[in-house]
Write a protein that binds this ligand. Structure first.
Ligand SMILES: NC(=O)C1=CN([C@@H]2O[C@H](COP(=O)(O)OP(=O)(O)OC[C@H]3O[C@@H](n4cnc5c(N)ncnc54)[C@H](OP(=O)(O)O)[C@@H]3O)[C@@H](O)[C@H]2O)C=CC1
Ligand SMILES: O=C(CO)COP(=O)(O)O
Ligand SMILES: [Zn+2]
Length: 343
């Protein structure tokens, strides 16, 4: 199991990157990855600080695709880069994660949102030939979570982070099912850590909904623990089950998908119902933090919700979940979505 060597959570950390990179002896030549927005939000400042101590080149990454990973790898080879830093959301961090793994160089994760639990995990979710695949890579050598930066993101992103964490309840249930039915490897320790994060967001929903610095700290800690649980498991199993397959299906078929964590949160309500869990408690927490709990709030037509539920089992057939081998019938999908108030 590999884990980050340093995790910093605090304020004004855009300059601290230099000290971390020096402490960890990462080397002379750095490559900074950011998106068009995150360049302005924090990327430019981090780059400026780094340039005082390192040779730095930069790359704008637009989405988490194999093409973007290849483009990053070309830059790493052309410029003899020693280490990477990703300043952005889950997509940018995943591209850095896979590119640094393929190039055998370290990377630093500098999240600009608290919307996903890929911040510290060792697996990268990359789109290849349509669907998202989960690829084993390396965790960041350091995580630098600057609350000042993350706080600037619209509140919607923080609520999405809650959705991504709460999905651990159903992900662990699916994992246990696969362990019993398919004899799949199961780690009780990873599962417990993952569940701990999910319980924590339920307990702290009132604090989180305030959207202040304390809220950001609570959610970030949950996201990091969830990522560590995935690293311990050696796969995304503790944090990605049927609810994630539902979200990946929506990403393929919905004309305008919502945020990953928002879709996973709604998926968790439905999948908790299918598992016979207390889905009302999941919905209540999501409502409390202001995350979407239905198709209307996701901005997705109910027809796509039903279709996503019926095709989700085809996305990663090797990942056994409550959807089983054959998936939900249209009638079952419609019934589950109606009973839980999603459509
Ligand atoms: N590997 C793993 O373990 C995990 C991976 N994931 C993956 O992460 C991705 C989801 O991440 P998520 O962060 O939700 O989405 P994205 O990384 O796709 O980012 C969504 C948008 O938010 C913008 N953004 C980022 N930071 C800010 C900010 N501070 N203020 C305003 N806008 C901002 C981005 O800007 P810009 O255009 O500049 O990039 C982008 O346009 C999915 O691909 C998912 O599969 C999710 C969980 C776990
Ligand atoms: O999003 C994840 C955990 O929150 C993990 O990603 P995958 O669903 O791509 O495995
Ligand atoms: Zn997720």
């Amino acid at each position: 199991m590999q884990l980050p060597r340093e995790v910093l959570l605090g304020e004004n950390l855009k300059g601290e990157v230099v000290n971390v990179a020096k402490r960890l002896s990462l080397g002379e030549r750095a490559l900074i990855l950011y998106g068009p927005k995150t360049k302005e939000i924090a990327g430019k400042d981090v780059e400026k600080n780094l340039k005082e101590a390192f040779e730095v080149s930069s790359l704008i990454v637009r989405d988490a695709t194999m093409g973007e990973v290849e483009r990053t790898l070309d830059k790493i080879r052309d410029e003899n880069v020693n280490w990477l830093i990703a300043v952005g959301g889950g997509s940018i961090i995943d591209v850095a994660k896979l590119a640094s793994f393929k190039a055998s160089i370290p990377f630093i994760s500098f999240p600009t949102t608290a919307s996903h639990d890929g911040i510290a995990s060792a697996n990268a979710s990359i789109k290849d030939l349509g669907a998202k695949t989960s690829i084993k890579a390396i965790p960041p050598i350091a995580v630098i979570a600057d609350v000042e930066v993350i706080k600037t993101a619209p509140y919607r992103y923080l609520a999405a982070g809650v959705g991504d964490i709460i999905s651990n309840f159903t992900a662990v249930k699916d994992w246990q099912l696969a362990h019993r039915i398919r004899g799949e490897y199961y780690s009780e320790y990873a599962a417990s850590l993952s569940l701990m994060s999910a319980k924590m967001v339920i307990r702290n929903a009132d604090i989180i909904r305030l959207g202040n610095e304390d809220s950001v700290r609570k959610v970030i800690k949950g996201l990091i623990s969830s990522g560590v649980a995935m690293s311990i498991a050696g796969s995304s199993r503790p944090a990605s089950g049927a609810e994630h397959l539902f979200s990946h299906a929506l990403d393929i078929i919905a004309p305008k998908p919502a945020l990953h964590g928002e879709q996973c949160g709604v998926g968790t309500i439905i999948v908790a119902y299918l598992h016979g869990l207390r889905w009302e408690k999941i919905r209540e927490t999501l409502k409390k933090v202001g995350a979407p709990t239905n198709a209307y709030e996701l901005g997705i037509d109910p027809e796509y919700i039903i279709e996503a539920l019926t095709i989700a089992h085809t996305i990663r057939p090797e990942r056994y979940t409550i959807f089983g081998k054959d998936g939900l019938t249209r009638e079952a999908a419609e019934k589950a979505a109606k009973i839980t108030g999603v459509i």
